[in-house]
Design a protein around this ligand. Structure first.
Ligand SMILES: Nc1ncnc2c1ncn2[C@@H]1O[C@H](COP(=O)(O)OP(=O)(O)OP(=O)(O)O)[C@@H](O)[C@H]1O
Ligand SMILES: [Mg+2]
Length: 451
């Protein structure tokens, strides 16, 4: 059993015509499941006959109870990472020597190639460009240019891979159920068939809905974002377009994932700034990031008497230690296994930083869920929190909706309300504010108020 096949997410096996059983597709006798990682066999006591049965659900629901098979004799087809020998004969040493030797690395590469070119052969690996290895990361860098030289190609590779994965998820023959949301926007409900191991769809994701057209309808497409996922694997997609939507059609739509480069562009942008602008970070952080030896610097602060914060659980000793040392250093890393209280510790740190009164505290996290959790805990300490969301996430319900900027602006109680209301309406209708100068000022004004 070749681990690279596991990586490529292949689970079905058709035996070779020269194998002991001849050309056969391995599948469950009862349900037809072809996932070889679930399949096992039971031999009949008398004849030289075996039956293949999958572990879930057929073995456990006792699918063969009326027949004369002893289910307790079930054995998986794969044992110690190899198919059983009566299915696949291991070639002799001599045969193996004569065969083409390929490394695991070559296998991985060709599988990458197959994603874009299913007919690629080992010869294609030799072509220039295919085999270029990026420079390895090192613990120490000369300067920020060298740092960028190493990391920029890695981020590019990651972005390319992410794009390919997302864009390969297009689905055709989608059936739509149309609805209208409370905000008067069109909502398309449909089942997005999910194959194993694919990237999971989450609320806030952008999808493009397409209809190729027919005699009565021109071809049409619109981008929307996922506002809900139901238990029945149904996706609710709120469309940006409100006009020209073919709501009298239900079948034959296609859905594509809209890949966004934003987070990758920002990483590249930050690295470029880091490289070209010496003043972009403090000298201390600059040298720290590059792995240089830097003399430990202490931030001069009056430390609080208690390190915990209102609204949070009483901190334990290591949390107190973390809060105390973070407050005294320009850059820190807190590590801990899942659920050990990192977010609570972070909220306590933010609380004390804010109470030092040196300005606002900007809190970032690598995922929307993490930001929500932090926002919730920080808000529990009584601090005023503004949660900023990407525009595409504004319609997505969240436990900290009341903290989001768009919500706070919408529920603002000021004399400017009518003006604001107009703006909001404009934004709801057009999806975006093409800002007129005075509107722009108004928006700036609200940012300041909330800060
Ligand atoms: N000192 C404490 N006393 C009691 N409960 C605590 C303490 N610190 C954290 N908790 C509770 O433990 C749970 C996990 O805490 P928290 O979310 O901060 O952990 P985490 O390390 O951020 O977890 P994850 O790895 O999932 O992000 C929460 O319910 C939190 O309220
Ligand atoms: Mg956490």
């Amino acid at each position: 059993c070749d681990p690279s096949q596991v990586r490529a997410k292949h689970k079905e096996v058709c035996l070779h015509k020269d194998s002991p059983l001849g050309e056969t597709i391995l599948e469950c006798y009862n349900c037809g499941c072809r996932n070889v990682f679930l399949l096992g066999f039971i031999s009949a006591t008398t004849e030289s006959v075996v039956v293949l049965l999958c572990r879930e659900p057929c073995l456990s629901v006792n699918a063969l109870k009326d027949m004369n098979w002893d289910l307790s004799q079930w054995c998986p087809l794969i044992d110690d990472r190899c198919f059983l020998q009566w299915l696949l004969k291991v070639p002799s040493e001599q045969e193996q020597l004569r065969a083409r030797q390929i490394s695991a690395q070559q296998i991985n590469k060709i599988e990458e190639l197959w994603k874009t070119n299913p007919d690629a052969t080992l010869e294609d690996l030799e072509k220039p460009g295919v085999d270029d290895e990026p420079q390895p990361v090192v613990p120490k860098y000369e300067d920020a240019y060298q740092y960028q030289n190493v990391f920029a190609p890695l981020i590019k590779l990651e972005a390319d891979y992410d794009k390919m994965m997302k864009e390969s998820q297009s689905k055709d023959s989608i059936t739509i159920r149309w609805d209208i949301g409370l905000n008067k926007k069109r909502i398309a409900y449909f089942v997005f068939p999910k194959e194993d191991n694919e990237i999971r769809l989450v609320t806030g994701d952008e999808l493009r809905l397409r209809y190729s057209g027919d005699a009565a309808h021109p071809s049409w497409q619109s981008v929307g974002h996922v506002i809900k996922l139901t238990a029945q694997e149904e996706v609710a997609l709120e469309l940006g377009a409100s006009q020209g939507v073919p709501v009298d059609v239900n079948h034959g739509f296609s859905v594509d994932f809209v890949w966004k480069s934003t987070s990758f562009d920002r990483m590249q942008g930050a690295m470029k700034t880091f490289a070209v602008d010496e003043t972009s970070v403090s000298g201390y952080i600059y040298h720290h990031l590059l792995g240089h030896e830097v003399e430990m610097q202490m931030v001069r602060n009056t430390l609080p008497r208690r390190f915990g914060a209102p609204g949070l659980p009483e901190l334990n000793a290591s949390q107190v230690f973390a809060v105390k040392s973070v407050l005294q250093k320009p850059i820190s890393l807190i590590q801990g296994p899942p659920g050990t209280g990192k977010t609570v510790t972070s909220a306590a740190i933010v609380y004390h930083m804010a109470k030092q009164g040196q300005g606002q505290v900007l809190v970032c996290a690598p995922s929307n869920v993490a930001v929500d959790q932090l926002a919730e805990k920080i808000s529990a300490t009584g601090l005023k929190v503004v949660r900023l969301c990407a525009k595409s996430r504004e319609a997505v319900s969240s436990p900290v909706e009341h903290l989001t900027l768009h919500y706070q602006v919408r529920h603002l109680d000021t004399s400017e309300k009518s003006e604001l209301h107009k703006l909001q309406q404009l934004k709801d209708e057009q999806g975006l504010l093409h800002l007129y100068p005075d509107y722009f000022l108004l928006f700036l004004f609200f940012f300041i108020v909330f800060d």
